[in-house]
Design a protein around this ligand. Structure first.
Ligand SMILES: [Zn+2]
Length: 283
């Protein structure tokens, strides 16, 4: 895999939970992949820990503290300093300035109700609205196909301008969006492999395009892993109960048992994951 990672020479990946709730088994499966792949890749590989608290309305500091505590209890130790997106506004601002200077942004005053959950149709693209407190900022996407080779799922093709339309970088309330913050952070922190669940696969093309627009020469590589399943056809959700690490700890589960539970709910044995990560991380 190293030949796909031109700079730096060793693997840098990250574990990046949002403090909108407690650590659950979905996070645990992600952590297993992240740390196993990093450790299999060599002694210089790094796992960065980033708290994705970009959304001031949904995140709570007590969840952040609990995430760190549960992660340490499970035995996952990160390399380098912990970063919090809430403290990185200046970086996002600078990246947005760069896009603005090249005419790649515009102000948008649409509300969530105006747009719904589908593709943003470009309502404000040519309105020339002035950026103010009540407007969000969008980034103009090119109508191109993004191709990438997922390390588990193989070759992928996505057309972000048709999937989601112009990307919101900062919303009307001044919150940086997940898509924008994560791309800037992965770029500035030299993350060269992103390991995450399949539910984020659709975001990858737009993140690759955005990383190119902000000035990153080479996007990271991606691996999207399985999601936890209630049955073979039904995804497990937090509301299904017994998925919170805190709750399982309170019931007397060991860290090893929690880790085994996460892999088995993904239909894997611990050995499957080890085998897979050894293959992925092989230099
Ligand atoms: Zn708009």
């Amino acid at each position: 895999m190293r030949d796909r990672i031109p700079h730096p020479e060793f693997l840098i990946t990250r574990f990046a939970p949002a403090p909108t709730g407690y650590l659950h088994l979905g996070h645990v499966l992600n952590a297993i992949y992240v740390w196993d792949i990093a450790r299999a890749s060599g002694p210089d590989a790094q796992v960065l820990l980033r708290i994705e608290d970009h959304d001031r309305m949904r995140c709570r500091p007590e969840f952040g503290a609990a995430l760190l505590e549960d992660l340490a209890w499970l035995g996952f130790a990160a390399d380098g300093e912990l970063t919090r997106q809430s403290e990185r506004s200046a970086f996002y601002e600078r990246a947005l300035d760069g896009l603005r200077a090249r005419g790649l942004t515009y102000a948008c005053d649409c509300s969530r109700t105006d747009i719904g959950s589908g593709r943003y149709p470009g309502t404000c693209r040519d309105k020339n609205l002035r950026e103010s407190d009540g407007t969000g900022v969008r980034v103009r996407l090119d109508s191109v196909v993004e191709r990438f080779d997922d390390l588990r799922l193989g070759p992928q093709e996505q057309r972000p301008s048709e999937q989601c339309g112009d990307l919101l970088a900062r919303d009307r309330h001044g919150n940086w969006t997940y898509q924008f913050a994560v791309v800037v952070d992965d770029w500035l922190q030299n993350v060269n492999l992103v390991i995450r669940g399949e539910d984020l696969l659709d975001s990858t093309g737009r993140q690759i395009q955005l990383s190119r627009l902000v000035g990153r020469e080479q996007p990271p590589a991606f691996l999207h892993h399985e999601l936890l399943m209630k049955t073979a056809a039904q995804k497990l959700s937090k509301s299904d109960g017994d998925t919170g690490v805190r709750d399982l700890r309170a019931k007397g589960w060991s860290a090893e048992a929690v880790i085994d539970r996460a892999t088995s709910l993904a239909g894997l044995s611990r050995e499957d994951v080890r085998l897979r990560t050894r293959m992925t991380g092989r230099p």
